[in-house]
Ligand binder design. Structure first.
Ligand code: NAD
Ligand code: IPM
Ligand code: MN
Length: 361
């Protein structure tokens, strides 16, 4: 089979981790007889440096011409990089938001599971960790605070900044349906996370989620306030199956969930619309503090490539093969520094890519 993949390496560790995902995809191609054609597309800081814009319209069009997009990560050190002296709509993150919006990628899936082999890297209490956990955060990705009107103005002689948070019922319904559909294929439990004790947008969220739940009688629905959810994630992550939530809550909760898996370097993600098309990227950022050192964990990106094979390219057994290879490498004691523990073998980014590729069968 021939497939076309747009590749955005991005900034910081982006190129390092994407190269390892491509190494693994090429091995999949070899073993299963597929050819993956890659088209490099610029976004983020790399695009600002090349053409003064974090994502050009041509770059969006290039992405659309492919079957899916594989992304590393974009952005720099927000306190030091000159990119953060630019107006907000010219900074690296604006490119990513434009891409998500232009491709209508409203559903962001972030699976967080504790591999048995990584229990030593998990910061939870022994008895909590022993229970294990396997959840997926279903994050709304094209609405809410990220896409509301914003302004900074002087009023009565002082600076005032505004960001507005808006959701309409259709935006809530379509992500809720996605959350319930995913729950049907899992343990049939949805925890809808909101701040309905304060926010109107959350009260509408709850109402619509309740309505959608009526079409999924087999799924147990519970509502949880976001502050409590942040706490429950470290107290008892095993209680969660699908966490369904809005854009910013999902951003924050997924970073938290990533750390209980052992490292943010483990959390993959898929951003989907109503078609087969999708954008696949690790949940973490460009990690400027470790960029260029060949020490970043490429597993989140490699696992995102597996999601890409499954959701966009209909290559289920190939996706399984990558996931088994990751498990096997962890079982055999291979670690990058972020998940290192006593008695294990520490690898560089590229060595981890080599090992995963060598385990593809
Ligand atoms: P970050 O996720 O880049 O890094 C946070 C910490 O986690 C750092 O200590 C980093 O070294 C570590 N880390 C991240 N990924 C790792 C990996 N694969 N292996 C080992 N360690 C890893 O978050 P940040 O520092 O807050 O943000 C840095 C930049 O990344 C910012 O410009 C931000 O806007 C951007 N960002 C981009 C994306 C994206 O492209 N999707 C996501 C998040 C942040
Ligand atoms: C993520 C990132 C992005 C987000 C930023 C870089 C805009 O943190 O993908 O989690 O907040 O969505
Ligand atoms: Mn984030």
């Amino acid at each position: 089979m021939e497939k076309n993949i747009a590749v955005i390496k991005g900034d910081g560790i982006g190129p390092e981790i994407v190269n390892e995902a491509i190494k693994v995809l090429d091995k999949i191609g070899e073993v299963y007889g597929h050819t993956f054609h890659y088209t490099e597309v610029l976004m983020g800081g790399a695009s600002i440096d090349a053409c003064g814009d974090p994502l050009t319209d041509e770059a969006v069009e290039q992405c659309k011409k492919n079957d899916c997009v594989l992304l590393g990560s974009i952005g720099g050190d927000t306190t030091k990089s000159p990119w953060y002296k630019l107006p907000a709509d010219k900074r690296p993150e604006a490119g990513l938001l434009k891409l998500r919006k232009s491709l209508n990628l409203f559903a962001n899936l972030r699976p967080a599971l504790l591999y048995d082999e990584l229990k030593a890297a998990c910061p939870l209490k022994e008895e909590t960790m022993e229970k294990g956990f396997d959840m997926v955060i279903v994050r709304e990705l094209t609405g809410g605070l990220y896409f509301g009107e914003r302004s900074t103005v002087t009023e009565d002689g002082i600076l005032v900044a505004r960001d507005s948070l808006k959701y309409n019922e259709n935006e809530i319904r379509r992500i809720a349906i996605k959350g319930f559909e995913i729950a049907m294929k899992r343990r049939k439990k949805v925890t809808s996370v909101d701040k309905a004790n304060v926010l109107d947008s959350s009260r509408l969220w709850r109402k619509i989620v309740e309505e959608v739940a009526e079409d999924f009688p087999e799924v147990t629905l519970e509502h949880m306030l976001v502050d409590n959810c942040a706490m429950q994630l470290v107290k008892d992550p095993g209680q969660f199956d699908v966490i369904l939530t809005e854009n910013m809550f999902g951003d924050i909760l997924s970073d938290e969930a990533s750390m209980v898996t052992g490292s943010i370097g483990m959390l993959s993600s898929a951003s989907l619309n109503e078609t087969k098309f999708g954008l696949y990227e690790p949940s973490h950022g460009s990690a400027p503090d470790i960029a260029g050192k060949n020490i970043a964990n490429p597993l989140a990106t490699i696992a995102s490539a597996a999601m890409m094979l499954r959701f966009s390219l209909d290559l289920e057994k190939e996706a399984d093969s990558i996931e088994s290879a990751i498990k096997q490498a962890l079982k055999d004691g291979y670690r990058t520094i972020d998940i290192m523990s006593e008695g294990k073998r520490q690898l560089s980014t590229s060595q981890m890519g080599d090992i995963i590729a060598s385990y593809i069968k």
